[in-house]
Design a protein around this ligand. Sequence first.
Ligand code: ATP
Length: 298
Amino acid sequence: MTDLAVQLQGVGKTYPFFTLDGIDLDVPTGTIAGLIGANGAGKSTTIRMLVGLVQQDRGSVRVLGHDLPEHQVAAKQDVGFVSEDIKLYKSATLAWHIHFIRSIFGHWDDAYAQSLLGRFDLNLNQKIRGLSHGQRVKAALLLALARRPRLLVLDEPTAGLDPIARLEVLGALTEVLTDENRTVLLSSQNTLDIEQISDQITFIDRGRVLHSADKETLLDGWRSIRLRVPPATLLPDLPGITRDGGTDRVPILKAHPFEPAMIEALQATGATIETVERMTLEEIFVASVMRQRARADR
Ligand code: ATP
């Protein structure tokens, strides 16, 4: 068995008004990987390539040891996919869908499906048409989870869910990892969800990977620094430090990759350090995107 559930190398896709390019992504088996990006960043396109719905124009896509698109039939047997626009048959019941999925994939964990039914508060005999958005997402998740796929891929699974439903869904996802041979890859615009459950985090913007690291390394690599600068003092440009708000006398800076020596360099300018704080994943995501866009637009 390969140590990487997903391996993308130099992957690209060109649409008339959008190019996804140079996407490198390794997802180790047994981890939860989160993909974060703004609207139109290329998250769904990347995810759709992993599940064989979109074919890359460049680069290699390897899923559970299978090269795609050549061996997508074999890969799909072990990949579960849930997206916001998942197509369930509106006039059929959840029980019908379970029967259908079982007939295609063969393996189905009935005890697990029963426990998810209770936890997600779903009724086997209710037609999909009668379900709310959140119930539909949970139904799609149940159908994917109870197959016990080795790789579960989810495109915005928590979009439009209320806080309770979000917690239920995130809880079910983390439980998948109690078996170390299983892997989850999910995309979200909600950095809180990703921060809560992911081991590894990748930022995508304008069709490129900005950052890909394990969560602790990512969170540890950034600091927000608040200074007090003496009148008529101009802060020099320091590598890895960018201004992000505050006033000229009390600027707020973002530092990455953060080194304690940066503090000494700032103090050497005559500035007083007021606070040095770790940043949330959301703050780090915004700062990385702004920094990269400023570089690209220069
Ligand atoms: P969102 O968070 O808004 O769903 P996303 O990060 O998932 O965004 P994608 O859905 O991957 O982004 O779309 C990236 C870009 O690719 C968009 O500009 C979109 O218009 C374009 N795109 C996606 N699919 C197609 C297609 N089939 N034909 C043409 N352009 C496409």
